[in-house]
Design a protein around this ligand. Structure first.
Ligand code: PEP
Length: 225
């Protein structure tokens, strides 16, 4: 089981150190945090397994606002999230750029959590499988790749996919690419156990509930039962 916390644009270095001091996850679960870039060093120094929230495909160059694989490795960062729906929605991320980011990160030796998931309108139109096929289709088959199924209508909305919806989507994704699949979308301590109990749910990508060390540890506990 892998439980990953995506902190989005929350927690500078000081708040990251405070989180690490208070965070006490159970043994037996792989735990990752993905802080903002400026807090990566603080997270690594606090001995948290640390992922970036994105990474660029070029080794260096004129790409304002971006970060390279080499820079992450120099800090001791273990991996990167790519293709989060907020990147797709607000920053022009496409299947093509997600693929380029994932390929470059894996080639550099980083682990990758690649996010996929349908919009509410796509689910209502019966297009979930078509969307997942397109998004998963650009991802490399690599032993350091993990996929996160994050239905966009469940992210930050308090609406969680039912365990059945999650299971169905995960099984479909694995039929396309046989890699571990995390569920993401309003995972909280009180719904984590049921979601994580589904046979094809291999962990969780947690947004809001990963910001509090107590609730994030409780989700990690739920992964053990
Ligand atoms: C996310 O952003 O990856 C996410 C799942 O957010 P939340 O848990 O807040 O819905």
């Amino acid at each position: 089981m892998l439980i990953a916390g995506n902190w989005k644009m929350f927690k500078g270095p000081e708040a990251t150190r405070e989180f690490a001091a208070a965070f006490d996850p159970p043994a037996g679960v792989d735990v990752v945090v993905a802080p903002p870039y400026v807090s990566l060093a603080a997270a690594v120094e606090a001995r948290l397994t640390t992922f970036a929230q994105s990474v660029h495909w070029a080794p260096e160059g004129a790409y304002t606002g971006e970060i390279s694989t080499g820079m992450l490795l120099e800090l001791g960062v273990a991996g990167a999230i790519v293709g989060h729906s907020e990147r797709r929605q607000f920053f022009g991320e496409t299947d093509e750029t997600v693929s380029m980011r994932a390929e470059a990160a894996l080639a550099a030796g980083l682990e990758v959590i690649a996010c996929v998931g349908e919009l509410e309108s796509e689910r209502e139109a019966g297009r979930t499988e078509e969307v997942l096929r397109r998004q998963v289709g650009v991802l490399p088959d690599d032993e350091r790749l993990v996929i996160a199924y994050e239905p966009v209508w469940a992210i930050g909305t308090g609406r969680t996919a039912t365990p059945q919806i999650a299971q169905e989507a995960h099984a479909f994704i694995k039929s396309l690419l046989d890699r571990p699949v995390l569920y993401g979308g309003s995972v909280k301590p009180d719904n984590a156990r049921e979601l994580l109990a589904q046979p094809d749910v291999d962990g969780a990508l947690v947004g809001g509930a990963s910001l509090d060390p107590g609730s994030f540890a409780a989700i990690c506990e739920a992964a053990l039962t």
